[in-house]
Design a protein around this ligand. Structure first.
Ligand SMILES: [Zn+2]
Length: 389
């Protein structure tokens, strides 16, 4: 056969092979389901997640680490981390840890710093891997414990956080109790979302076992008992909040009046109103008490209570409500001017945040048990005074 014919036959065979392979691939896509485990190949290799800087590593290798130079390295790494150059900070800290002549305390400090680099770079599994042994070897050192607690908080691993706070010696009992109570409330909140009310209640009671005055646990238990129509029990929890943390009165006021009405006990309602009359109340409490007084004793008595209370604790909200009521009954020719003032007051009041963090000043419109600004627990409080309640 001529050479050109061989070429034609060879090209035909190659085309048939390619077509066959393609067909086989398409058929395999159609008939064979792909394995999910194949997706694992997309995960980056453990060490690939930090981009190394070979120039920095070469440079560091030229210098030896000794006792006097540790601080220089730490300062250098700190400067990298402050600039957001986590991989370089990691490089410096890893170089330090590779030195054999570090003291135990220096090694502990460098490990702690390295965990901060990993945290900044978002490698949270590595933070945990570094901190866990550090805490078990040195439970008396508060810095590693609190770093690990912050990590658990970030990852919402509340039960791990509770176990660590209970076991470690990193906090005094006084500091530990309110924190464990908050972690228990977090678990309770998750159980509530899953509609596991009994488990949620169990966690809330554990919270109270650590901190009997935990407002969050008392509030959640009160609201759960309202759901279950156990109004007496609900009121017990709410009144405990009023007793220990009267600043939360505006937060619970609506639930308190709801439970009192649903209970249908006029005597209990009158007693509560008599208690409020003796006090200087927040705007929300005054507003709801006014409605209850109006139902029981009539509008005149309700209006007198309102004016007397608003004068005792003046606030923009109180002023707005007073102006709105005046506007509704006025026959003045200047009604349009009063309307303009009321509209202005409405705008000002609606835009005001309701809560402020006592530590960092973070403001928000809904209660936050852990401040999103400074990450402190229980530091966000209802704003009291002219601008708030
Ligand atoms: Zn804050």
């Amino acid at each position: 056969m001529e050479f050109s014919w061989w070429l034609v036959l060879l090209a035909g065979f190659a085309g048939w092979c390619i077509g066959y392979e393609k067909m086989r691939y398409l058929l395999s896509r159609l008939w064979t389901p792909r394995r999910a485990t194949d997706l694992a190949t997309l995960l980056p290799d453990h060490d690939d997640r930090v981009e190394r800087d070979p120039e920095l590593i070469d440079l560091l290798d030229q210098y030896v680490v000794d006792e006097t130079s540790v601080d220089v390295y730490l300062t250098l790494a700190d400067a990298f981390r402050r600039r957001g150059e986590y991989s370089r900070a990691i490089g410096v800290h890893e170089h330090l840890l590779s030195a054999e002549n570090l003291s135990d305390e220096q090694r502990r400090l460098v490990t702690l710093e390295l965990s901060r680099d990993y945290g900044g770079a978002g490698l949270l599994d590595r933070v945990e891997a570094l901190l866990k042994p550090l805490v078990s070897e040195h439970p008396e050192k508060a810095d590693a414990c609190s770093s690990l607690l912050r990590l658990y908080e970030k990852q919402q691993e509340w039960e791990e956080a509770i176990a660590l706070a209970k076991d470690s010696q990193c906090m005094t009992d006084e500091d530990k109790a309110p924190l464990i109570a908050q972690y228990s409330c977090e678990v309770a909140a998750l159980k509530e979302v899953e509609d596991k009310l009994e488990e949620s209640e169990k966690w809330l009671k554990q919270a109270l076992a650590h901190d009997a005055e935990c407002s969050r646990a008392l509030l959640m238990l009160g609201r759960q008992n309202i759901e279950l129509k156990n109004f007496d029990k609900a009121l017990e929890y709410f009144f405990r909040i009023e007793e220990h943390h009267p600043e939360y009165a505006p937060e619970i006021a609506e639930s308190v009046f709801f439970a009192l009405r649903e209970n249908g006990d006029e005597n209990a309602m009158s007693q509560h109103l008599a208690y409020l009359r003796k006090r200087k109340n927040s705007y929300t409490v005054v507003k709801l008490a006014r409605e209850a007084i109006s139902e029981l004793e009539g509008e005149k008595s309700a209006s007198e209570f309102f004016i007397e209370q608003i004068a005792r604790r003046p606030s923009l909200k109180g002023l707005r409500e007073w102006a709105e009521r005046e506007l509704a009954t006025t026959k003045s020719r200047d009604k349009d001017k009063i309307e303009a003032v009321v509209a202005m007051l409405r705008d000002v009041v609606d835009e005001k945040p309701q809560y402020r963090c006592e530590r960092c000043g973070y403001r928000c419109k809904q209660i936050q048990w852990r401040c999103p600004g400074c990450e402190n627990w229980n530091s966000v409080k209802i704003i009291i005074g002219a601008e708030g309640e």
